[in-house]
Design a protein around this ligand. Structure first.
Ligand code: FE
Ligand code: CA
Length: 521
């Protein structure tokens, strides 16, 4: 078995070198034999960072893969792999699409590592990852980003390319990693869309696998996976638009089989632990992570355990936008967004000992009233927390009762940047702010008409920022006494190396819920 190296494989970071120059490709294969098949065409990833280890992911690609083959991995303190900290061998099997979920353990807390795979005479590129700080360690700073909604046929991934140039400890991915839709001809005045989905609507395991493989072929997405560990949850499009528990938008009878296929493909393509492997159509995603004494990160699953949306359009499931007068079921106190078990788990997961609690979930939590004039009754979209106001109130009341000073709710899904004050009574501007919300816009997915958001703003005084015409991500710097957020927006979605600009900056001071606007630097 021989490995050839890329021509300039010095000891210098190839990824850094690639990122430093806009004219070189963003992502450079660390080493592979030119005359062999590329076995690592989907890149690699790491996730679920803990003080003693993390998950290392890849999926073998290329023709003539044996049904069962060994993949070895190594993780080192240095990028030249002279000081190996852990290594192992995994079986990549056809039943799991030759995906690998290696669990590195016994590592030092709070430090960076480098990792790579080899299989069938080929070696992967090098990824960078890190462990979380020890639970009792003082932590000066955590730098992380939130991202969601990377619809392939709505843009290239300049947002990921920009994020890969930041020095982030962690990515929180909050849903819509793929979109299940089939190829659509979304030609515009400027011509046909530069990217289209391969295949039709995803329903089966091979179809979902193909979709993940298409998304994961993108070099900028691969580069960001190779830069830092990710903590990941899902939203609807990993399965089906607007799905809710056992019910799909199309009310299809065989939805459990589709859920099982999509959950399997999801697990296969994410840096998830072996223990997270789905059982039939169920996959346990919600989880707690601690970042030293600084923060607890809680991920939620907002899809799998929820009650179906209220008052759907006739003959179908899924979302609707309607007045509370036309749908009294909105206010049914029994309806759940997280399911009873997850709701109770969340109530026990808040951590009063750490200064910050970050709730990584998939959608906008603040009330968004879409009424167009004050004479109308309130109008809400039924798919988000607005469709489950009693459940939202239980969550926020729980926070208020625990007197947690610094809960920050992070979200995605709505393809717009929102910064909000979360309140027990959104209809009373004087109601105390319980927590701060940053709902990040999409990486690419098209958003709402900005004029509609602007018209709704006066009816939503707790929403301090709302921009559906921005796409990109939010970048955060967290310290014990302060959280800073930077909203970074891609100038041209179809340019892979588009400029990314800072649209807004906010701060949250410890002990004072609510975001404070900062000047643009
Ligand atoms: Fe989305
Ligand atoms: Ca969504």
């Amino acid at each position: 078995m021989s490995f050839t190296t890329t021509p300039n494989s010095g000891r210098r970071s190839l990824l850094q070198a690639a990122l430093a120059s806009a004219s070189t490709p963003l992502f450079i294969r660390h080493a592979f034999a030119a005359d062999t098949i590329d076995r690592f065409a989907l890149g690699l990833a790491s996730g679920c960072p803990r003080p003693s280890g993390m998950v290392l992911w890849t999926r073998l690609t290329g023709a003539e893969l044996p049904p069962n083959t060994e993949v070895s991995w190594e993780l080192a303190e240095d990028e030249a792999f002279t000081r190996i900290a852990a290594r192992g061998v995994e079986q990549a099997v056809v039943e799991d699409a030759h995906s690998v979920h290696a669990e590195a353990t016994g590592l030092e807390a709070d430090r960076w590592y480098f990792y790579r795979f080899s299989a069938l005479g080929a070696r992967s590129m090098v990824g960078r990852t890190r462990t979380a700080p020890a639970a009792d360690a003082e932590v000066k700073e955590l730098r992380f980003a939130i991202a969601s909604c990377q619809r392939w046929d709505h843009g290239r991934y300049a947002a990921w390319a920009d994020m890969a140039k930041q020095d982030l400890d962690l990515v929180l991915f909050l849903g819509d990693y793929i979109y299940e839709y089939g190829a659509v001809s979304n030609a515009s005045a400027s011509g046909p869309a530069p990217r289209v989905h391969v295949g039709g609507l995803c329903r089966t395991l091979p179809e979902y696998r193909q979709r993940y493989a298409q998304y994961k072929s993108d070099p900028a997405l691969q580069a960001m996976h190779a830069r830092a560990p990710w903590i990941i949850t899902w939203d609807d499009h990993e399965v089906d638009n607007d799905w809710a528990g056992d019910s799909s938008q199309g009310l299809e009878a065989d939805f459990p089989a589709r859920r099982a296929a999509s959950a399997k493909a999801y697990w296969e393509h994410m840096p998830f632990t072996k223990a997270m492997r789905p059982k039939g159509h169920e996959i346990r995603i919600h989880e707690r992570y601690d970042w030293g004494k600084l923060a607890r990160i809680i991920t939620l699953d907002c899809r799998q355990y929820r009650d179906p949306q209220v008052c759907p359009k006739p003959g179908r499931g899924g979302s609707n936008t309607l007045s509370i007068k036309d749908c009294p079921a909105f206010l049914d106190p029994k309806r759940s967004f997280l399911g009873e078990a997850q709701e109770q788990w969340l109530a026990q997961s808040w951590d009063a000992a750490r200064p910050w609690n970050l709730l990584a979930q998939s959608t906008l939590m603040a009330q968004m009233n879409w009424q167009e004039n004050p004479a109308q009754p309130r109008v809400h979209w039924t798919d988000g927390w607005d469709g489950y106001p009693a459940a939202r109130n239980r969550l926020l009341q729980g926070l208020a009762d625990k007197k947690l000073p610094n809960a920050v709710v992070l979200g995605g899904d709505v393809h717009a940047n929102y910064v909000t004050d979360l309140k027990l009574d959104f209809n009373d501007a004087k109601s105390r702010t319980i927590a701060t919300e940053f709902c990040g816009t999409s990486i690419t997915s098209q958003g709402l008409d900005q004029q509609r958001i602007d018209r709704a703003r006066p009816h939503n005084p707790h929403i301090h920022y709302g921009r559906g015409d921005q796409h990109g991500y939010m970048s955060f710097k967290l310290q014990a006494n302060r959280l800073e957020a930077e909203l970074r927006s891609v100038r041209n979605l179809w340019e892979a190396d588009s400029e990314v600009e800072v649209s807004a900056r906010f701060a949250v001071e410890a002990g004072r819920p609510g975001a404070i606007p900062l000047d643009l630097k």
